[in-house]
Design a protein around this ligand. Structure first.
Ligand code: H79
Length: 445
């Protein structure tokens, strides 16, 4: 009972934290590229890809398998010997992101398991020292991202089930593990200060050895850095100050307790337009890490809907893939992303560098959402209206032209201006099977 209460408290705390510390979009220049980018690739890659979601007959695990299946630390570390991503190809991963229309990539350099996917001098529990692969994939990714113009960003878990000085009380508890987590954190007298100097040292490596980094994407601190934990927050603030010193342009998400540039709703899209910068992170199937039995892929249409929905509320979409231990992004994920990319290639203008258009206008239900640029609205029509009519209400600007974004010839669509707004008449046939974006160009006079 106590554990359930604790868990509920932690989950509440995490939710409450989603937007609490993010700054207003207008007063933070560091966020300019982020607002332009709108769509990024999340990559969850670690030792959990070896058991691939399955342990002792249960098959619904992901990157939390060490915790969920109660695998002792001594057993878990052996996965490192089997982690040999010989098929990893940085060019293919970055090309896929690019083809999907993504502008940045956030990859797990260390998830809760504590295993480092880069060459760290501060631990031997990393891909170069502990796996047969023996190379640093982040080096290759950094070079390839530079080459292809994708911004490389690093996920880093505050929680660490492998480090002896990560305090047990900040890991999750469960019925199976009533005394705390079965990894390596010390039961007695862990030294959080020491853990933080390890963390800071690793962030230093990540910000010095891989060129410019777009975001340090911290993951849940849990209770450790929540208000009231003043000493811990002071350690964290020192890290934030260092990040700003080492790479002043680098963003920090809002899961570190302090220093947040933007909010990070997980697996959910906010109900309305947000004033603060945010990025929805979401899985493409059910779990984040590779699970060989997880076939619950989102449809291409759903992904496109989410991109537009989130952009119309002023946010970014960070969509996850979980590569195998061999280094391959699962084929269904590749297929969906390529299909999304085809739509983005034609319609990206309605997404990149837009702001929310929703707050300034009302529209009929056929227009699901609106994105905007100065002098332009993009109306996103997923459900084509049977009567062919689309209304923009409370729209008192002077219309210059209206056309389908997917129409290269920009053939004008018929419309009538009324004192209260504009009524647009659409042709019988849709121009796009998924989302018929209508461009409305206007002037203020
Ligand atoms: O990295 C991904 C997740 O592993 C991580 N954040 C994203 C980006 C994450 N950390 N915490 N959470 C997500 C929420 C925690 C949910 C929990 Fe559970 C509920 C932890 C214990 C109970 C999920 C379900 C994990 C085990 C059971």
């Amino acid at each position: 009972m106590k554990n359930i209460k604790l868990l509920l408290a932690i989950i509440l705390l995490m939710t409450a934290n989603t937007f609490s510390t993010a700054q207003n979009q207008t007063d933070n220049d560091r966020l300019d590229w982020f607002h332009e980018a709108k769509f990024g690739m999340f990559i969850h890659w670690g030792l959990y890809a070896v058991p691939a979601g399955e342990w002792n007959g249960k098959s619904n695990y992901g990157e939390w398998i060490q915790y969920g299946a109660n695998i002792p630390g001594k057993r878990y570390v052996k996965f490192a010997k089997e982690f040999n991503p010989v098929k990893f190809n940085a060019k293919e991963w970055v090309s896929l992101a690019k083809e999907a229309g993504m502008k940045y990539m956030v990859i797990t350099t260390k998830h809760h398991e504590g295993f480092c996917l880069y060459d760290s001098k501060l631990t031997d529990y990393d891909i170069v020292d502990a796996s047969p692969y023996g190379k640093d994939p982040m080096k290759e990714l950094a070079a390839e991202c530079q080459k292809q113009g994708i911004k490389l960003c690093f996920y880093y878990s505050v929680k660490d089930w492998h480090h002896e000085n990560y305090p047990l009380e900040y890991t999750y508890f469960s019925k199976a593990q009533p005394d705390g987590y079965v990894g390596f954190p010390k039961k007695n007298k862990p030294d959080y200060k020491k853990y933080f100097s390890y963390l800071e040292g690793q962030i230093k490596e990540l910000l010095h050895n891989y060129g410019p980094i777009g975001i340090i994407w911290f993951d849940w601190h849990g209770e450790a850095l929540s208000p009231g934990h003043d000493q811990n927050r002071a350690y964290a603030q020192a890290v934030v100050d260092s990040i700003h010193k080492w790479q002043p342009e680098c963003l920090i998400n809002n899961r570190f307790g302090v220093g947040a540039d933007y909010g990070t709703p997980e697996q959910e899209i906010p109900g309305g337009v947000q004033k603060q910068a945010f990025e929805v992170c979401m899985t493409l199937n059910d779990v984040w890490g590779y699970n060989k039995n997880d076939h619950n892929w989102k449809s291409t249409k759903q992904v496109i809907f989410n991109i537009c929905d989130i952009a119309s509320k002023g946010g970014n979409y960070l969509l996850n893939v979980g590569p195998t231990a061999e280094g391959v992004i699962p084929e269904p994920g590749q297929r969906i992303l390529k299909e999304v990319g085809k739509w983005m290639e034609v319609n990206g203008e309605a997404i990149y560098n837009t702001t929310s258009g929703g707050a300034s206008v009302r529209w009929n239900p056929d227009v699901e959402m609106i994105t905007a640029k100065p002098g332009t609205f993009y109306l996103h029509v997923f459900d084509y209206p049977e009567d062919g009519k689309v209304y923009l209400n409370d729209f008192r600007k002077k219309v210059e032209s209206i056309y389908f974004l997917a129409d290269r010839l920009k053939k004008p669509l018929k419309y009538k201006s009324h004192p209260q707004g504009v009524m647009i008449s659409l042709p019988k046939d849709q121009i796009d099977e998924i989302n018929n974006v209508i461009v409305v160009e206007f002037s203020n006079s």
